[in-house]
Design a protein around this ligand. Sequence first.
Ligand code: AMO
Length: 436
Amino acid sequence: MKTENWKRTHYTMEITPNMDGEEVVLTGWIKEIRDLGGIKFLILRDKEGTLQITVPKDEVDEHTLKHAESLQRQDCVSIRGVVKRMDKAPRGVEIIPKNMIILNMAKQPLPLDITGKTPADIDVRLDARVLDLTRDENRAVFQIRHAILEAIRDFLSKNGFIEIHTPKIIASATEGGANLFPVMYFEREAFLAQSPQLYKEQLVIDFEKVYEIGPTFRAEKSHTRRHLTEFISVDIEVAFATAEDVMEIAERLIQYICKMVVEKRRGDLKTLKYKVEVPEVPFKRLTYDEVVNELKDAGIKISWGEDIPTIAYRTLGRLHPYFYFIIDWPTSIKPFYIKPRDDKPEISEGFDLMWHWIEIASGGTRIHDKDLLIKRLREQNLNPESFRFHLQAFDYGMPPHAGWAIGLERLVMMLTGVRNIREAVLFPRDRFRLTP
Ligand code: AMO
């Protein structure tokens, strides 16, 4: 097979001053161009970083000079050149080109300033997302997202969980009837899954400890900085466990993720000018009643049994500016599968995990008794018949169990400091955005 003459020999970050005199081939994109008359500086970017390419106009051959003169931002190039130690260059080293191949020219003008010096509106950025992601700050978010995913898989796998994948095209609602996206499934109507809830619960009969990291779909009308219509849900479910058991798993996992991100993505956090602190466990546990009282003292009145509105969460976030659980929720405002307390059925064993004012996760002990589950379905105006296949699993020795789901993008917001959830997704989907 033919070896292409544009193939790289090194990534930019592998080039060091002690390679002075070596000939190398680098490939990537032109990030910045500075022309000082007799000398031209090109900043080349690849997946690892950047390197200065210095073109002294009277030292390079005519062909190379012609190419260098024609280059514009985001052109894709292969540069053969000689490494030169140079104290004044950004990393103490630069490349003097001997030959350049333009692999593809970017169409000018670009819709965005890729140096970020002229900030663009979020919609302009998302419309040209691939270009937007060439910026270091934006790629750093996804390096951190990757580290979070790696940490989650590592932690859960080490703790005896098996990774599962459940269907995303389903026949009935999992979180109640609202927020469902219908899809045409041949001659029938189907829906996009709002959560792997029912499947993960059933599978504890076979595997006891399961987790899934997968897409979930919610027809959210709310157009906010923390809602998407498609997001990644990190779900766990554990047999023979209670809410308290899985809350402990959640806080230890969060602590582990923070530790891994701080350790492995120091450079990206620096790029984002963001500091992550590894939290102490256990996290605070506030009861719903305590929260209602705190809010009352802050001038926000919530009647018992009401959900907590966003404005109240903002206040709560100021009172508790880090991680905390809210426990002992009224049963009436939790999903049908959350277990009511045996001693006080009006209170549930459901919980939310909060970070400042944002809900990161929710979960709880589940009902494992089939009759009680049917009763709760009816109380929530859901038709048990639509849940026939789920309910049948409760005839096969369903153990007591508990679990939770973390919204991955909200976790990314928390660990990168991005303030709009759309920045935590490569190609976000919301009420108004279906492209690119
Ligand atoms: P819940 O509906 O609370 O619980 O969702 C779990 C977590 O997912 C995130 N989340 C969202 N993220 C972005 N955009 C949205 N529209 C959105 N909706 C939710 C939040 C939330 O805490 N089946 C239960 C979980 C369980 O009990 O195991 C469930 O889906 O971070």
